[in-house]
Each structure stands twice: as C-alpha cells, then as structure tokens.
Design a protein around this ligand. Structure first.
Ligand SMILES: Nc1ncnc2c1ncn2[C@@H]1O[C@H](COP(=O)(O)OP(=O)(O)OP(=O)(O)O)[C@@H](O)[C@H]1O
Ligand SMILES: [Mg+2]
Length: 293
C-alpha cells in the first residue's frame, strides 16, 4: 500500500485567463513505488508545497490526477498524512493527545488508542515526555511528536514538507537518521520536500528535481545506495553511478567494487573511508551540486 501516481498534473492559482493568475505546476507526471523514499528538490516557489497539498487532498488540481493505490485523491484523509515545517501541533494538547488525535478521527476504541500512542511515543524516543505540552518541548521534540502523530494512523503515504528545515544542524542530523530508521521499520512510502541536495542524497531512494516556476519534473535520479549513507563517501567513491542510465553499472573509483544497480552489489559495497580534509568535503559538495542540478 502506498503507490503514488501523479499524471499530467497542472495547477493554476486564480482564473487561468486573468493576468494575476500563477501557474504553479505544469504537466507533472511522477510515479513513486510502494515503500519508496522519494525526495523532491527545487527552487523556492517552484510548486513543491502545492504538489504535496494536492497529494494530501488539501487543494484540487486544475488538470490531471493524483491517485494512491489507484484511488483518486480528492479530499484529505488519514491515508495520506502531511508533516509540516512548523510542526502544526495543537498547543492545548499534550504529547499523547497530539499523537492520538488522528486515532480519534479513525474512531478507534480508547484502549487501542492508548496502546498505539504508547508504542509511537516509544518509537520516536519521547518516553517521559508524554504529558508535556508543545511549548514545553524543543523544536526537535515537537517534530518527533508530529512524526509520531502522522505514523500512528498507519498512513499509506507520508508527505513531508521540509520537516527539518527549522531545526539546528545537530538536531537535523539526528532526526534524519531517526527518520530513516522509522521508514525502514514501518515501510511507508515517503515524499520528502527539501531544498538541500545533500539531504536528498542522504535520504532519498529516488530524487526528483523540479524546474523553477512553473514547476515541472526536470530529472528523476534513482540513488543506488542503501542506508545509512555517508554523502561525501558516496559522492567521492561512486560518483559515476549517481544519475547513471538505468541498467548500467560502474566501478567504484577507490576500491574497484562494481557500484551497480543490482541490490546485492550495493549491499556488499563498503567504500574505503579516508580522512577528509574540510577542503575536500566542500569541493565534493560543490562538484556534486553542479552535476545534480
Ligand atoms: N493559495 C495560493 N494562491 C495563489 N498563489 C499561490 C498559492 N499558493 C502558492 N501560490 C504560488 O504558487 C507558486 C508555488 O508555491 P509553492 O508554495 O508551492 O512553492 P514551493 O516550491 O513550496 O516554495 P518554497 O520552497 O518557498 O516553500 C508560488 O509562486 C506561489 O506564490
Ligand atoms: Mg513550500
């Protein structure tokens, strides 16, 4: 469950004939497989949030369709939950009440709600904070609550709009690793919006690059590495494989390993680590940024 199919999607805000109308998306077609982690990258204003809002059922498309498991999305529902940059928690509810919110909407009995809530409090590492209110939590903890709330309803699709952008670098790194762990444990399909090429490479199975406004799909890159990832090692040791034509494989520059597209190749591959100088890391990031966009 969780196969997303977007077909020929366009979104125009305002009347198409009026001068003030904005073409946010034009002819977007994208497929994301069940259990896939899809990172979407694009400039500010290219329509990323619009795309997620349509996939969540918050906005209707102007033309085209969005379907999850062949069911067209027209209204919001627990099947497609969204996690926002600003957490969007209910300030008058404590951690448990926030997490249980969607379960009440699903009309689950009280004892089940409590069990599920306890499970997700534990999963996101908030044991001991169950009765705290959002204003008593750090930004990272608030986002953990938002993730737990979204996962608790067992959605088919998890839509994340720059969820860690407001966090400091240390918290972001911790939550990125946590997210990968949760994704592997729960097997959800994730659509993850980000401005950061590094974050997209770190998290995504599939990276989608969008053009500037109006947003269109510029390129789809399948990332042939398993998690957990080290972006710098990935770029330096198997650069040719990123963005390569499907079906082609390449030798890793340092260890002669075949960094191909077969699952077993990727699992076996352990690039040799070497101590980075800061200059090397910066140069690798710049080189990769140039090639990816
Ligand atoms: N409700 C709205 N009414 C009119 N125009 C809108 C509306 N929402 C978004 N837009 C316009 O649509 C375009 C895409 O907006 P969107 O928020 O989807 O971009 P984005 O890629 O998410 O940007 P950012 O990275 O800054 O969050 C922008 O030009 C924006 O001004
Ligand atoms: Mg946005």
């Amino acid at each position: 469950m969780g196969h997303l199919a977007i077909k020929n999607l366009s979104k125009i805000y305002g009347s198409p004939d009026s001068t003030g109308s904005v073409v946010a998306l034009r002819d977007v077609t994208l497929e994301v497989q069940n259990h896939q982690f899809c990172a979407i990258l694009g400039h500010s204003g290219c329509g990323k949030t619009t795309l997620l809002n349509i996939a969540a059922g918050f906005e209707p498309p102007t033309t085209g369709t969005v379907a999850v498991d062949d069911v067209p999305i027209r209204v919001p529902g627990w099947q497609n939950t969204m996690i926002f940059q600003d957490y969007a928690l209910f300030p008058w509810m404590d951690v448990c009440q926030n997490i249980a919110f969607g379960l009440e909407m699903k009309k689950l009995p009280t004892h089940k709600r409590k069990d599920i809530t306890r499970h997700y409090v534990d999963l996101v590492g908030l044991v001991g904070f169950e009765n705290k209110f959002p204003h008593q939590l750090s930004g990272g903890m608030r986002q953990r609550v938002a993730i737990a709330r979204a996962l608790a309803v067992q959605p088919h699709l998890l839509l994340m709009d720059e969820p860690f952008a407001a966090l400091d670098a240390q918290n972001r790194t911790i939550l990125q690793a946590e997210l990968v762990r949760l994704w592997e444990e729960t097997g959800k399909t994730v659509i993850y919006i980000t401005h950061s090429i590094e974050e997209a490479l770190l998290l995504g199975d599939r990276c989608v690059l969008m053009t500037a406004q109006p947003g269109r799909i510029k390129r789809v890159i399948d990332i042939p590495f398993s998690h957990p990832r080290d972006v710098i090692a990935m770029v330096q040791h198997a650069e040719p494989a990123v963005g390569a034509e499907p079906g082609r494989s390449h030798r890793c520059a340092c260890c002669e390993h075949r960094a191909g597209r077969r699952e077993e190749d990727r699992r076996e591959h352990r690039p040799r680590q070497r101590r980075e100088r800061p200059d090397d890391a910066r140069a690798a990031r710049r080189r990769h940024a140039r090639e990816a966009v």
